[in-house]
Design a protein around this ligand. Structure first.
Ligand code: KIV
Length: 277
């Protein structure tokens, strides 16, 4: 059955009814099809693609052109999931005008339904400018990988009362600025629960416990395709990397020993015709 397109109203309805929202990253056409066909509500074309697809050490080097390239491929594979394009580092921080222009490209050129930007209270005015221009914005607070150096590394955030209060204020400021949803990364579950109760927009956790309105994970972590490291909050549902390695070794062996291609992979020609060559 053809999926109906997920809307912001549907995501809000799920929060109101206490139904969990699902989100998964995808960066290419076939993966987007898998995620969409699984009926997952939202697809995040995360700038994590810099690490899992492009081999960078962090998300910082990812460019607008790289993001748009992957978002275009994803949107070609999606029928129902709501697509969020991640704005890369320095595409929204310089000034509101540039942020609005770059955000618009995710919708106009790449077929996304919305954008995500990292930051809390300090970025709320930019969120407001983008939203007023007609582009839905998802916030991202807690551990914000683009500015991990400022946070002294990839660490759990809001571990003391003062920083938890600041994070709550950030969430409220993003809501006030017009964000339709907030991703919360690597924060104690109790802080995520409090924020989820205090804002009306849906919260999506990654390393933020089970009380968020929904969950997101990076596809390559979930299916065991990224082997450089696995954060504590990741659950790996299948390990594809060893299966792929085994398949490739099998193919190499068969080519080298001459058992591939077999007759079933080969085109034949009428013997009489062949004699005239
Ligand atoms: O880039 C990304 O994939 C993300 C998720 C980890 C939330 O921002």
């Amino acid at each position: 059955m053809e999926r109906k397109k997920v809307t912001i109203a549907e995501l809000n309805r799920k929060k109101e009814k206490g139904e969990k929202i699902t989100m998964m990253t995808a960066y290419d056409y076939p993966t987007a099809q898998f995620v969409d066909q699984a009926g997952i509500d939202t697809i995040l074309v995360g700038d994590s693609l810099g690490m899992v697809m492009l081999g960078y050490d962090s998300t910082v080097p990812v460019t607008m052109e790289e993001m748009l390239h992957h978002c275009k491929a994803v949107s070609r594979g999606v029928k129902g999931s709501f697509i969020i394009g991640d704005m890369p580092f320095m595409s929204y921080q310089i000034n509101a005008e540039q942020a609005v222009a770059n955000a618009g490209r995710f919708l106009k050129e790449a077929g996304c339904d919305s954008v995500k930007i990292e930051g809390g209270t300090e970025i709320a005015p930019v969120v407001n400018s983008i939203v007023r221009a007609g582009v839905p914005v998802c916030g991202h607070i807690g551990l914000t990988p683009q500015t991990a150096t400022m946070l002294s590394g990839f660490k759990v955030q809001a571990k003391d009362a003062e920083s938890a209060r600041k994070l709550l204020k950030s969430a409220k400021d993003l809501e006030e600025a017009g964000a339709f949803m907030i991703v919360m990364e690597c924060i104690p579950d109790i802080v995520a629960e409090r924020i989820t109760k205090e804002v009306k927009i849906p919260t999506i956790g990654i390393g933020a416990g089970k009380h968020c309105d929904g969950q997101v994970l990076v596809y390559h972590d979930v299916v065991g395709l990224f082997e450089r490291f696995t954060p504590k909050f990741v659950k790996q549902y299948v390990q594809l990397a060893p299966m792929i390695r085994e398949a490739l070794l099998h193919y190499k062996r068969e080519v080298e020993e001459g058992t591939f291609p077999g007759p079933e992979h080969t085109f034949s020609m009428n013997v009489e015709e062949a004699g005239k060559i």
